[in-house]
Design a protein around this ligand. Structure first.
Ligand code: NAG
Ligand code: NAG
Ligand code: NAG
Ligand code: NAG
Ligand code: NAG
Length: 525
């Protein structure tokens, strides 16, 4: 249930003063927008937190003196004041476009207990008192920015308050003396507390909120390989649509962080504010992840003949992930870009096990039909393919479409019988161009893929003389357009559940692809 306090913290604390994205700074990797509706949700949880915090406030001792008729000047002290109850009856959070966020707490009630002491000459009287205050209103304007380390900062730009009615009940030895002047005491305490409330608000901000914000982490380790940097790249910004907070959103390698050789593209958020929260996720986030996992070798795959058998089994089992390379099924946390690479190797696997007139296996008996010298040079030998991206595959988001243009190297080996040796045979370069559209409906992701171009094969290197790559290519493309894409689309039409972290309850999810980014809107429950 960590996400709830977290989203409240996000909503309550990332309250901001106006600033512009990218004033000299870099573009964000992702932007979180909290709308008025989102703030309303945060308010309910914020109220509980605020009530707890306010009840724990230390009310300072009060002292002073007053003229008590025939007694002359009497000095008093109120000590050990404790808040017994703090009732926040009304709290209203609102966005002030261009300025910040306003929290208005009204019709609150506080009851305080404490001890009193009155001194006049040599006489000291003491006892206890109960004090209650009604109709307290507090108005706070908070400004938020970012510090040098990319953490949010908070400051109180404005604080004012008013107190409706104070009543005090004094008990103790000779308390009737004080009760004679209770109205004056009440007014005095009212004045003092009126000054105190905003001092306490400012003090809580500087001694509680600010240190808290300074300790917020700005990186998160996603797994053994990568971490993500989500420091702020600009101050949060309030518009009529909501509170937009820009994060860096850059994946980095845990073993060695190197500068990313490309920039985050600009993000132009659409004018939408129906949902509680929106997330704009730049292609930059995916592409920095792609770079890290590719460099770490997580997109290198080996396909053996047995994988084709495994895939056949999966297919006959009607598994939900039928078309995945079984090697990719190992981890639940497979990053998206590795999934793309899995997709490509799965695609190849599927191509290989498609029922041709002659079923292809990773075996010279089978591939020898297309590459005749194979069966001559290596009769009855199993083959193995090593697939690796030539460079990190990059995603491109265009309105309505995600496109990727992977360039993969495919190295074929012959597995020598009775030894662990493999003979390198040839290396192919495969290029293709695939577009995907995605949408969300009733909590499921639906999609379709279209080949943007045919798969192009090129013989990069061969130890077994050249052979007709075009023949291999046209076989691949024939099956891609008549079998692979139609069957893939049939599955994507059925959809799959939205991959969300545990303890995240989103509903009314909408998903759009805009230029350079994915835009997701949702309500939280
Ligand atoms: C991935 O495969 C390529 C081609 O075989 C190789 O050059 C690269 O070193 C591999 N990467 C890792 C991290 O193993
Ligand atoms: C097939 O499905 C059954 C039951 O869902 C499962 O136990 C079995 O492991 C699956 N077999 C394969 C090869 O995935
Ligand atoms: C997505 O890309 C495909 C292939 O390039 C194209 O035919 C289609 O019109 C695009 N869709 C949109 C919404 O732009
Ligand atoms: C190769 O393996 C086969 C069967 O596994 C065995 O009969 C044969 O003796 C082996 N040959 C060599 C040279 O080890
Ligand atoms: C990808 O598709 C676009 C048009 O959709 C085309 O202009 C481009 O040449 C293709 N790239 C490759 C590598 O096939």
């Amino acid at each position: 249930m960590m996400t709830r306090p977290h989203s409240v913290v996000m909503a309550l604390l990332l309250l901001a003063e106006v600033s512009r994205f990218g004033e000299g700074a870099s573009n964000p990797g992702f932007v979180v927008r909290i709308t008025e509706r989102g703030l309303e949700y945060a308010r309910q949880y914020g109220m509980a937190i605020l009530k707890k915090e306010l009840s724990a406030i230390n009310v300072p001792d009060l002292s002073g003196s007053f003229q008590a008729g025939w007694m002359g000047s009497v000095s008093y002290e109120f000590k050990w004041l404790r808040i017994r109850s703090f009732q926040i009856r009304n709290i209203d959070l609102s966005l002030l476009p261009g300025t910040g966020v306003r929290a208005s707490l009204s019709n609150n009630y506080v009851s305080i207990q404490g001890n009193w002491k009155v001194k006049k000459a040599f006489v000291t009287l003491e006892g206890t008192f109960d004090l209650s205050m009604d109709g307290i209103s507090i108005l706070i304007h908070l400004n938020l920015g970012k510090d040098w380390s990319g953490r949010p900062t908070a400051s109180v730009a404005h604080c004012s308050n008013s107190i409706g009615h104070v009543s005090i009940h004094i008990s103790g030895h000779l308390s009737w003396v004080l009760n004679l002047f209770h109205e004056r005491i009440e007014n005095k305490i009212k004045d003092i507390l009126k000054q105190e409330i905003c001092r306490i608000v400012r003090m809580s901000t500087s001694s509680y909120l600010e240190p808290y914000l300074r300790t917020l982490p700005v990186t998160l380790m996603t797994d053994q390989v990568a971490g993500i940097d989500y420091s702020l790249v600009g101050a949060p910004r309030v518009t009529s649509q909501g509170l937009d907070t820009p994060f860096k959103g850059e994946f980095f390698s845990r073993s060695q962080r190197t500068p990313v050789p490309f920039d985050a593209p600009p993000i132009r958020l659409p004018q939408e504010h129906d949902r509680m929260v929106y997330f704009a996720i730049s292609q930059y986030v995916f592409n920095t992840a792609s770079r890290v996992y590719q460099e770490a070798g997580h997109m290198n795959f080996t396909i053996r003949n047995e994988d084709i058998q495994k895939l056949n089994m999966l297919l006959s089992n009607h598994s939900a992930q039928e078309w995945w390379n079984p090697n990719c099924l190992a981890s639940e946390t497979t990053p998206f870009t590795t999934m793309i690479s899995c997709f490509i190797s799965s695609y190849l696997l599927l191509l290989l096990q498609i029922p041709l007139d002659f079923p292809i296996q990773l075996h010279t008996k089978s591939l020898g039909t297309v590459i005749p010298q194979l069966s001559r040079l290596y009769p009855n030998t199993e083959l193995e393919l090593e697939i690796s991206p030539e460079s990190a595959p990059l995603l491109l988001f265009t309105p309505g479409n995600v496109t990727f243009k992977p360039v993969m190297n495919i190295q074929a080996f012959a597995l020598m019988p009775n030894s662990s040796n493999r003979e390198p045979l040839f290396q192919l370069r495969a290029r293709t161009n695939i577009s995907a559209t995605v949408s969300v409906s009733s909590g499921r992701v639906l999609g379709s893929v279209t080949p943007g171009s045919k798969l192009e094969l090129e013989l990069k290197h061969s130890n077994i003389d050249s052979f007709n790559v075009k023949l291999l290519e046209s076989i691949f493309n024939y099956y891609a357009s008549y079998i692979i894409f139609p069957s893939l689309n049939e599955k994507l039409e059925g959809g799959f559940p939205l991959p969300l972290p545990r303890d995240t309850y989103l509903y009314s999810v909408q998903l759009q692809i805009h230029k350079n980014f994915l835009f997701i809107g949702a309500n939280i429950d």
